[in-house]
Design a protein around this ligand. Structure first.
Ligand code: NAD
Length: 447
């Protein structure tokens, strides 16, 4: 299928490359722009510059539809719609810095001053209430053009999860469009409608409402997950407690729902923690003190470190050892990202206390090494079995597929009468196995 609009993607990182891959997969011609020459070269060779399932294949198969460049001017002149997906890093205040978005929009504005044709600028980077309006005014000033007449400005964030961005982008629950005007919003709506594999709800609104909807939605997810983790901790202490059973019952109430309602480890990663903090901070401009976000953040910090460390220390003392094996460093499966990951918090705290920790992750070893300072108490293993060998306590922190298929009999042979804390109930344990497995959210007496 051919499309009448040509698209540019400014920022070929985790989200931008994946969106570009999806657009070309659906027949759009795309020009990708990045300031990182290596990323540009990778795309021009037909490869993904980032690690995300399916993206490399999609770019490779459709490489005739994509070209990449460091020249924003070329991209703006040769396309009709530009999606900006550059970083918006958190600042000390908790708010997001829009300096990269602004450096892209300033460049775009300079080109718009010379471009006759109508152009739509779409900000996909996560920004906060008031940002699009401010950026829009700057673009008008620099370009000398009028929003709504000469160009459209749309805030159109995605609701995706790392490790499954392709699926989530092509099968969204909803499309959120904060539009400067009807024409710009309709163009963005039409682009989404021509690529999705499902029939999502489309919500069109002004910039402020869209900015608030995006950041508060993620914050609501953290609230729900925090509640589930509180139930999990109660169940660990309560006779016969099992959070899975309790939460399944609560979640079947249609007012609540079962999605994102599993009690386990704390939430982490690149979006939830920072979006939650930014939501709280950004509404201060309206005279609102959002204490619930601050509270979920504080509770999550406790779940991330103290709650899990207390359990692990109890097991290490039971086994009279100071050596722990940790399987899983990434904050979730299918990604190398370790930002705000539970494992890293646990490693930092337990090594400060003098414990020795051997770790293994199928994809996140390098990222973890960068994040954890050089420490003789940390050993990086070559494989799952190498990690757990001769240890008597193991913590499975990330539900990677390769951990699901671990051979329990083999583990029993190479470990020293182990206790395994399986945070995600992923090990398949044969009936009558002698292995001592403990589950997050489940009272041990229930085994
Ligand atoms: N990754 C996610 O799961 C996710 C989910 C939802 C929203 N977001 C949001 O999307 C935005 C991008 O996130 P990401 O994870 O893709 O970031 P990333 O760091 O992986 O990629 C950003 C890319 O932008 C490039 N870049 C920076 N300034 C540029 C400029 N002026 N011109 C061209 N390229 C430039 C960088 O070189 C980098 O390749 C952020 O606002 C983030 O909050 C990300």
């Amino acid at each position: 299928m051919t499309h009448n609009k040509k698209l540019s993607i400014i920022g070929l990182g985790k989200l931008g490359s994946t969106m570009a891959a999806c657009f070309i997969h659906k027949g759009y011609e795309v020009i990708g722009v990045d300031i990182n020459q290596d990323f540009v070269d990778a795309v021009n060779r037909g490869h993904s510059p980032i690690y995300e399932p399916c993206v490399d294949d999609l770019i490779n198969v459709n490489k005739n539809l994509i070209q990449a460049t460091t020249e924003i001017e070329f991209a703006i002149f040769h396309t009709d719609v530009s999606f900006i997906i550059v970083p918006t890093p958190s600042m000390g205040s908790g708010l997001f810095s829009t300096k990269y978005v602004e450096s892209a929009t300033i460049e775009i504005a300079k080109v718009l001053s010379k471009k006759e044709k109508y152009h739509v600028i779409v900000i996909t980077s996560t920004i906060l209430p008031g940002d699009t309006e401010r950026i829009g005014k700057d673009i008008e000033k620099i370009s000398g053009k009028k929003i709504g007449k000469d160009f459209g400005l749309v805030y159109n964030p995605d609701f995706i999860a790392l490790g499954r961005i392709v699926h989530d982008f092509l099968n969204p629950d909803m499309i959120l469009i904060g539009e400067s005007d009807e024409k710009a919003g309709s163009i963005v709506q039409q682009i989404h409608e021509t690529i999705v594999d499902n029939e999502p709800e489309i919500y069109r609104m002004n910039w402020y409402n869209a900015e608030l909807a995006k950041v508060s939605l993620n914050s609501y997810c953290t609230l729900k997950l925090t509640f589930a983790n509180i139930i999990a901790e109660i169940c660990e202490k309560m006779p016969g407690g099992d959070a899975e059973i309790v939460l399944r019952a609560i979640g079947s109430d249609s007012r609540i729902g079962n999605k994102y309602f599993r009690g386990s480890l704390a939430w982490g990663g690149t979006c939830f923690p920072r979006d939650n903090r930014a939501f709280a901070k950004s509404v201060e401009q309206f005279g609102i003190r959002n204490t619930y976000s601050e509270t979920t953040d504080r509770i999550n910090d406790y779940h991330k470190t103290d709650r899990i460390c207390n359990l692990l220390i109890e097991y290490l003392e039971m086994k009279n050892t100071n050596e722990l094996a940790i399987l899983g460093l990434a904050y979730k499966e299918d990604t190398p990202i370790v930002e705000e990951a539970v494992s890293l918090s646990v490693i930092k705290k337990l090594t400060e206390m003098g414990y020795k920790i051997t770790v293994y992750d199928p994809a996140a070893m390098e990222e973890a090494k960068k994040e954890l300072s050089q420490n003789d108490l940390i050993t990086y293993a070559f494989s799952e079995y190498d990690c757990v060998k001769n240890k008597s306590v193991c913590f499975i922190a990330t539900p990677w597929n390769s951990f699901k298929s671990l051979d329990i009999e083999q583990i029993l042979k190479i470990m020293d009468s182990p206790i395994i804390l399986d945070a995600w109930k992923i090990l398949s344990v044969p009936e009558n196995s002698k292995i001592d497995i403990r589950y997050i959210g489940k009272n041990i007496n229930n085994k």
